[in-house]
Write a protein that binds this ligand. Structure first.
Ligand code: UT7
Length: 319
């Protein structure tokens, strides 16, 4: 599998930390020093589908691939506009990618890494040659905008890559899950409420997070996952040119960089401008740095995601 095109899309509306401090008891200073986030994009006119479709079009254009050539569309999201049809199928319809098999996967902030792994497994069967892999979220729909411990963290957006089986640049890939610790980051779906069973509540719940628990999990697990992917690739951390990690918190990135003994200069970030966009954060950041010409052919790139589930994933690519 090789990534041959990238694309992204962010909502027009930007919400600053100052604007949030008018909504809840917080401050720009608290948000910046605890997370590194200054502002985030929030969908007002856009939907998860419109953002994903725009990111997909940009990725297809940069890959020089027509929608009709796609064999597969895998979308990672926890905030599709509808439960059915799935985001991937809505994007397929918008693109006119008639030949593609399309389905969604849910692995929250690790979703893009899991979707990339799924696409790789499909390509390896030999039946599929070109795939579109998406990470797209409008987390603003599932955030409690009166809860200062979560509403300052998240943003909306979509990222996409086009991958082909014609070349191979994947050197190592690992994924993992720890369902037993899953309640540290949760959001209840609508409850069973029918003539046979009355729900305790029919109101939709919002994201709840035990921030410190998830923080500790991330700092412990991400360096280990990266080391495992590097071992599979047969290379060491010093040989990596760029680290593109899920953008949850600058302090987490700094802790990972310290544990791997790698300089922060190797870690790209966009969380200052975008906040945490769950499954979309890795492909959006990847697209931004590719378009800025910051990754050269032959560079070794590590991608890593972590979050709800709990889940984690890392991969090593030769660009
Ligand atoms: O993408 C999925 C993965 N998610 C993550 O990786 C997130 C991991 N967790 C984190 O990044 C951090 O835990 C947070 C940024 C969420 C929180 O930072 P923290 O340093 O762990 O703060 P805390 O939760 O321990 O809270 C410290 C204090 C508390 O007040 P007291 O109890 O010390 O009086 C909170 O009530 O900060 C308070 N607080 C706030 N104050 C101002 C919590 N949120 C805010 C806020 N503004 N927005």
């Amino acid at each position: 599998m090789k990534i041959i095109g990238t694309g992204s899309s962010l909502p027009k509306k930007i919400v600053t930390n100052e604007a949030l401090s008018e909504l809840v008891d917080t401050s720009d200073e608290w948000i910046r020093t605890r997370t590194g986030i200054r502002e985030r994009h929030i969908a007002t006119e856009e939907t998860t589908t419109s953002l994903a479709a725009e990111a997909a079009e940009n990725a297809l254009k940069s890959a020089g691939v027509a929608p009709e050539e796609l064999d597969l569309i895998v979308a990672a999201t926890v905030t599709s506009d509808r439960i059915i049809p799935m985001l991937s199928c809505e994007v397929q319809a918008r693109l006119g990618a008639k030949k593609a098999v399309a389905f969604d996967i849910g692995a929250a902030c690790s979703g893009f890494l899991f979707a990339l792994g799924t696409a790789n497994a499909y390509l390896n069967t030999g039946k599929y040659q070109k795939a579109l892999v998406l990470g797209a979220e409008t987390l603003s729909k599932i955030i409690d905008w009166t809860d200062r411990s979560t509403c300052v963290l998240f943003g909306d957006g979509a990222g996409a890559v086009v991958v082909t089986s014609e070349e191979d640049s994947l050197l190592g890939m690992v994924q993992g899950s720890d369902g037993a610790s899953g309640m540290a980051l949760n959001c209840v779906n609508r409850m069973t409420d029918n003539p046979f069973h009355k729900a305790e509540s029919t109101t939709f719940s919002y994201v709840h997070m035990d921030g410190p628990a998830v923080y500790k999990f991330a700092v412990r697990t991400v360096p280990k996952a990266i080391q495992e992917a590097l071992a599979e690739a047969g290379i060491v951390a010093d040989e990596v040119d760029h680290y593109i990690l899920h953008q949850a918190n600058l302090r987490i990135l700094e802790a990972v960089s310290a544990r791997l003994k790698q300089p922060m200069e190797k870690f790209f970030t966009n969380l200052e401008r975008c906040g945490n966009i769950s499954a979309a954060s890795v492909p959006i950041l990847l697209d931004e740095v590719v378009r800025a010409g910051k990754i050269q052919k032959g560079d070794i790139v590590v991608l890593a995601g972590f979050g709800a589930g709990l889940t984690w994933g890392a991969c090593v690519l030769r660009w």
